[in-house]
Design a protein around this ligand. Structure first.
Ligand SMILES: Nc1ncnc2c1ncn2[C@@H]1O[C@H](COP(=O)(O)OP(=O)(O)OP(=O)(O)O)[C@@H](O)[C@H]1O
Ligand SMILES: [Mg+2]
Length: 502
C-alpha cells in the first residue's frame, strides 16, 4: 500500500501580529477516516485548516497529498479543483442577496448552448437534489437572507459536498444545527467515509467526537498535544489535554431563590409562533427549546421587536409595554445576545475594547470625551473574566478566534446591567472551559436578581443550566418541564414528535 497516510501536514508554523498561532504542527490522515481536531478557543484549529485550504499562507512547513507536495501559494479554488481539498468554514460565507442555487454553485454556474448562458434548469435540478439530502424543501431561487442560521449552515455543507472531494474539512459544522439536522449530517458523513473521503472534523462537542471520529487530535496554544484513537480515550482525558486541568462540574447549578414575575407574554403571535403565553420570574433561568421552525426564536424576536408581531401583549413589571427594536428593549432593561454574531452582535473591524464597551457609552462618555482609563479598566476586567484570548485589548475583533468573538458578544450585553437577559445560543462555538465560565456568570447574574431567557439548540445545555423550560414544536408550546422533572428522552421526543405532527 506504500504510504498509509493520504494527507501529511508537517511542521507548519504561522505567526500573526503578536500571536504565534501555529507552532510546528503536524497532522496526518488516512483515507476514509474521520479525524477530529479539538482544543480551546484560540488553540489554532481554524488557522491550521485555513492553511490547508489555501486561505492563509503558512510561514513554514509542508503539506503533501497522496505523496505530492502542494505548492504553498496554491489558492483555495485550485486546491479544490486540482487536489480535492474542500472546507466548510466556521464563519458562514453565504451571500445574503443571492439565491440558494447561486450560493450552491458560486464560481461554477452550469452553462449551456453556444452562447454559454446560465443553465437555470440544471441549477434548479441540482440544487433540489442537494437540498433533499437534508430534507430542505425550498424553491432554489429563494434569497438566502430569508433562511435561518441553521439553514444557511446546511447550505455551506451542501456547497462543499456537491463537489468531488478527497479531504473535507468541517470547522464546527453543527454549531447551529439542532439534533435532527445533526443526525442527518452524521448519516451523511458516514456515507462520505464509505466512499473513501477523509473528514477532518473540528468540534467543541465531545459527544460528537466519540460518535463520529476514528482518531482525535488535541491542540493547545498553537501546538499539537497528542493524537489518540477514540476507542482508547475518555472525555475526561480529552478535556484535561485541552485545558490542562480537569473540569469536575460542567453545569455548576446552584439552588437560588426565585422571585416574583418580571416579564409576561400573553398570546403572542409572530412568524410561525402562534398564541404563545408564559411568564418569567426574577432570578430564574428559563429555557426555550425546540427545533428550527418550532417558534422559539420567533417568540423572542417578536418580544424584542426584531420581527413584527401579529398579536399579543408584552408585560414588563406589571405594565404593558411596546418594544419596537432591540435598542428600545435595552432602554427598558432587556438585553439580547444574538446567535449570529457576524450579522448582529459585533462590529468586526473595531477593537475588542470598543466592542466590549459599546453598550456603555452613556456611562463612559462619547467621542473625545470618553473616559479612556475607565474604558480600559472595563475591557480588561471582562477580557479576564471571560478568558478572552487576545494579544491585547486593542486587537481587531475579526482577528480573534470564533469562540473568543462569541465571548465578546456575551460580555458586551451582560455589561449593560439588564433586568432581563435574553440569550440566543450563547455558547455557540465556545470551548468547554469557557462554557463553564459563561454558565457561572449566568448564575451570578441570577444571584443579583437578573432573569434570563435562554434559547438554545443544545439539549444538554438547556437541561444542565435552566430552572424551567418550555418545549416548542410547530409554532406552539408543546409542553413545560420543571428542573426536577427534566428527562432528556421525554424532552427530545416532545420536540420532535410535535414537529412531525405538523
Ligand atoms: N486573521 C488573523 N489575524 C490575527 N490573528 C489571528 C487571525 N486569525 C486567527 N488569529 C489568532 O490566531 C490564534 C488561533 O486562532 P484560531 O482561529 O485558529 O483558533 P481556533 O482554535 O479555531 O479557536 P475557536 O475554537 O475559537 O474557533 C488566535 O490567537 C487568534 O486570535
Ligand atoms: Mg475556529
Amino acid at each position: 500500500m506504500g504510504n498509509e497516510y493520504n494527507l501529511q501536514i508537517k511542521n507548519v508554523t504561522k505567526r500573526f501580529p503578536g500571536v504565534l498561532a501555529l507552532d510546528k504542527v503536524d497532522l496526518e490522515t488516512r483515507r476514509g477516516e474521520v479525524l477530529a481536531v479539538i482544543g480551546e478557543n484560540g488553540a489554532g484549529k481554524s488557522t491550521l485548516m485555513k492553511i490547508l485550504s489555501g486561505a492563509h499562507l503558512m510561514d513554514s512547513g509542508e503539506i503533501r497529498l497522496d505523496g505530492k507536495v502542494i505548492p504553498p501559494e496554491t489558492g483555495p479554488k485550485a486546491r479544490m479543483d486540482n487536489y480535492g481539498l474542500g472546507i466548510i468554514y466556521q464563519e458562514l460565507n453565504y451571500l445574503n442577496e443571492m439565491t440558494i442555487a447561486e450560493n450552491l454553485f458560486l464560481g461554477r454556474v452550469p452553462l449551456k448552448g453556444i452562447l454559454r448562458r446560465v443553465d437555470y434548469q440544471a441549477m434548479k435540478k441540482a440544487s433540489m437534489e442537494l437540498m433533499r439530502l437534508f430534507d430542505m424543501d425550498y424553491n432554489p431561487f429563494t434569497l438566502v437572507k430569508s433562511l435561518s442560521v441553521a439553514e444557511k449552515q446546511i447550505l455551506e455543507i451542501l456547497r462543499a459536498v456537491s463537489r468531488d472531494v478527497k479531504v473535507l474539512v468541517m470547522d464546527e459544522p453543527t454549531s447551529s444545527l439542532n439534533e435532527v439536522e445533526t443526525q442527518r449530517l452524521f448519516g451523511y458523513i458516514e456515507s462520505l467515509k464509505r466512499r473513501g473521503v477523509t473528514i477532518i472534523y473540528i468540534s467543541h462537542k465531545l459527544e460528537e467526537v466519540f460518535r463520529l471520529a476514528d482518531r482525535v487530535m488535541v491542540m493547545r496554544d498553537g501546538k499539537r498535544v497528542g493524537v489518540l484513537d477514540v476507542g482508547e480515550t475518555t472525555s475526561g482525558q480529552l478535556v484535561e489535554m485541552m485545558v490542562g486541568r480537569a473540569i469536575t462540574e460542567m453545569y455548576p447549578k446552584a439552588e437560588l431563590p426565585i422571585g416574583e414575575e418580571v416579564l409576561r407574554i400573553e398570546h403572542l403571535s409572530c412568524g410561525c409562533a402562534r398564541d404563545i403565553s408564559f411568564s418569567l420570574r426574577k432570578g430564574e433561568i428559563f429555557g426555550l427549546y425546540g427545533l428550527v421552525g418550532s417558534g422559539c426564536v420567533e417568540t423572542v424576536e417578536g418580544l424584542l421587536g426584531i420581527r413584527a408581531i401579529s398579536g399579543g401583549k408584552v408585560i414588563l413589571d406589571g405594565k404593558e409595554t411596546k418594544i419596537n427594536t432591540p435598542i428600545e428593549a435595552k432602554k427598558q432593561g432587556i438585553a439580547y445576545v444574538p446567535s449570529d454574531r457576524k450579522a448582529e452582535g459585533l462590529v468586526l473591524i473595531h477593537s475588542l475594547k470598543d466592542n466590549l464597551t459599546i453598550t456603555k457609552l452613556d456611562e463612559l462618555g462619547r467621542g473625545l470625551k470618553i473616559n479612556s482609563a475607565r474604558q480600559k479598566e472595563y475591557s480588561d476586567t471582562w477580557i479576564e473574566k471571560m478568558q478572552i484570548r487576545t494579544p491585547s485589548r486593542n486587537a481587531i475583533v475579526e482577528s480573534l478566534s470564533g469562540g473568543n468573538q462569541q465571548k465578546v458578544v456575551v460580555a458586551k450585553w451582560i455589561l449593560t446591567d439588564p433586568k432581563v437577559l435574553i440569550m440566543n445560543d450563547p455558547t455557540r462555538g465556545v470551548d468547554v472551559g469557557a462554557k463553564v465560565e459563561i454558565y457561572k456568570i449566568m448564575e451570578d447574574l441570577c444571584r443579583r436578581g437578573i432573569s434570563i431567557i435562554m434559547v438554545t439548540a443544545e439539549l444538554l445545555e438547556v437541561i444542565g443550566i435552566t430552572d424551567r423550560m418550555l418545549i416548542f414544536a410547530n409554532g406552539k408550546i408543546e409542553g413545560e418541564f420543571q428542573r426536577k422533572d427534566y428527562d432528556q428522552k421525554a424532552i427530545l421526543h416532545m420536540a420532535v414528535k410535535g414537529s412531525e405532527n405538523a
